[in-house]
Design a protein around this ligand. Structure first.
Ligand code: AMP
Ligand code: MG
Length: 479
């Protein structure tokens, strides 16, 4: 029997935090994937046939110890306030405590309607499930804090999106699903008692060393400064950084319209619903700070002296820029193989990015080529010849100051500059094949992405930048 080490703490919070809601069974569950290494890490014993596991991960069989519920939250979506969102197509089965004591949410996404579904059907189609499985697991392998994918199943049901689509359910694992929007929800209702309970729960769970609202705010500011810097270091564009898609834990959540830049552009936007580029690549730090200002506002009712709190919180939020810059400069320094801190390191990195943008260089390939034995060839594949030689000389001069051997430089750089990212066109190819009933491309891509820093000849097609005809121009939330 499959057994989950459940120990549910969110279900013990006051009733107004959630609605108890069982998943709605589906017609004919079929197992697409189950993530054995993650199950091992969580202490979940997956004992059963594929058919048994499909029943569990489709929500047809609720495992022992689960207390399924839909969480309520609010949020700013593209800057506009929605007072009530919530799990409209997901249920939290419960929390598991792993052998090392770490606590994780286990959530079914696409599991049927809840009181928060509004006009939605509570379901997910196969495309977003495949995308989230591939990209969230790729992010984990890249060392970036993220929710994870424990399993994916088909439902045997057809749901209506742009057309009829196969239904699917993703099992998502997260340090928690507490969002900036969860705090906003209670603040907007002036429910200070609930806000205090949420603060206590969040601090105990994620930041046991932090104290009070300001302690939480500072910890979350630091976590997101580092998170956004790590996104930008791999060319990741989240695409829908609404406050309900921002976790208190500092994990990446919501892989709706996300995408990775191929050809580097600071202003790059993929999402079809991001008309004004609010969530463009280089906008992400500003948006994170804006979102965390909303968290600060939501925490204000917990402070005894409002004016003093406004001053302290404003200073804290204004400090995000410096936290981000420090984190981003560390990421860039590592990408360039630099040790120590030179005053001009960031300028050197920005100079490269600017030339890469002018030259139409592929972000991932350029950094990977710089990480090899022939860095002088890094710009060879750029679309337009851009001045690169002068930059290369400055970089070599800076490297020389570190006195690191060539072998050491290569080893270091290859450990942070991936050979493989989930390229948008490969993700879409895996989705198209899956919809046609072939999960081979998904399996292959997923296996390759587990080792993103290792070059091997079998995956050159997955590493390659898209040909102009293959390039993905737009991504869709496609829920
Ligand atoms: P998202 O765009 O994924 O951040 O979702 C925003 C809100 O819409 C959340 O409250 C979701 O639960 C809800 N939602 C999205 N898709 C559906 C769906 N198919 N059925 C019900 N609710 C949905
Ligand atoms: Mg969301």
């Amino acid at each position: 029997m499959t057994a989950f080490p459940f120990d549910n703490s969110y279900a013990a919070l006051p009733d107004r935090f959630f609605t108890r809601q069982a998943p709605t069974p589906v017609a004919d569950p079929g197992l697409i994937a189950v993530n054995q290494p993650l199950a091992d890490r969580l202490g979940i014993d997956l004992d059963g046939s594929d058919a048994d596991l499909a029943q569990i991960f489709a929500g047809n069989v609720v495992p022992k110890g689960a207390e399924p519920l839909a969480q309520v939250y609010g949020g700013h979506q593209f800057g506009g306030w929605s007072p009530q969102l919530g799990d409209g197509r997901a249920v939290l089965l419960g929390e598991v405590v792993a052998p090392d004591g770490a606590r994780f949410d286990v959530q079914l996404k696409g599991s049927g309607p809840t009181p928060y579904s509004r006009r939605g059907d509570g379901r997910a189609w196969l495309g977003p499930v495949i995308r989230e499985y591939l990209v969230s697991e790729a992010m984990a392998a890249l060392g970036i804090p993220t929710t994870r994918a424990l399993a994916a199943v088909t439902t045997g049901e057809t749901i209506l999106r742009e057309g009829p689509m196969p239904g699917a359910v993703l099992t998502r694992v997260a340090a928690s699903h507490i969002r900036v929007g969860t705090f906003q929800y209670f603040a907007a209702r002036q429910d200070t008692e609930a806000l205090q309970a949420l603060l206590d729960h969040t601090l105990a769970r994620h930041y046991p060393d932090a104290e009070g609202p300001l302690g939480l705010l500072n910890a979350v500011l630091q976590a997101h400064a580092e998170l956004v810097a790590s996104w930008m270091g791999v060319g990741f564009i989240h695409g829908v950084m609404n406050t309900d898609n921002m976790t208190l834990s500092g994990e990446t959540i919501d892989y709706g319209p996300c995408a990775f830049v191929d050809t580097y552009e600071a202003g790059k936007v993929f999402s079809s619903i991001d008309q004004f580029g609010r969530y463009a690549y280089a906008q992400q730090p500003q948006i994170a700070a804006w979102n965390l200002a909303q968290l600060a506002t939501a925490l204000l009712p917990l402070m005894p002296d409002r004016d003093a709190a406004i001053e302290a919180f404003t200073e804290a939020v204004n400090g995000f820029a410096a936290r981000f810059d420090a984190a981003w400069h560390n990421v860039l320094r590592a990408k360039l193989g630099l040790s120590g801190q030179g005053d001009d390191d960031a300028a050197l990195a920005f100079d490269l990015l600017q030339r890469m943008e002018q030259g139409g260089g592929d972000f991932t390939q350029t950094f990977r080529a710089l990480s090899g034995p022939e860095p002088e060839r890094a710009a060879e594949a750029w679309a337009a010849p851009a001045p690169f030689g002068a930059w290369l000389e400055s970089w070599k001069a800076r490297l020389a100051q570190d006195g690191v051997s060539e072998a050491e430089r290569i080893a270091r750089m290859q450990a942070v500059n991936p050979a493989l990212i989930p390229r948008n066109h490969r993700v879409e190819e895996a989705i198209d094949a899956a919809v046609a009933g072939d999960f081979g491309p998904f399996q292959r891509l997923q296996a390759a992405l587990a080792e993103p820093f290792r070059d091997r000849t079998e995956i050159v097609d997955l590493q390659a930048a898209p040909a102009p005809s293959e390039a993905v121009l737009r991504t869709f939330c496609g829920t």
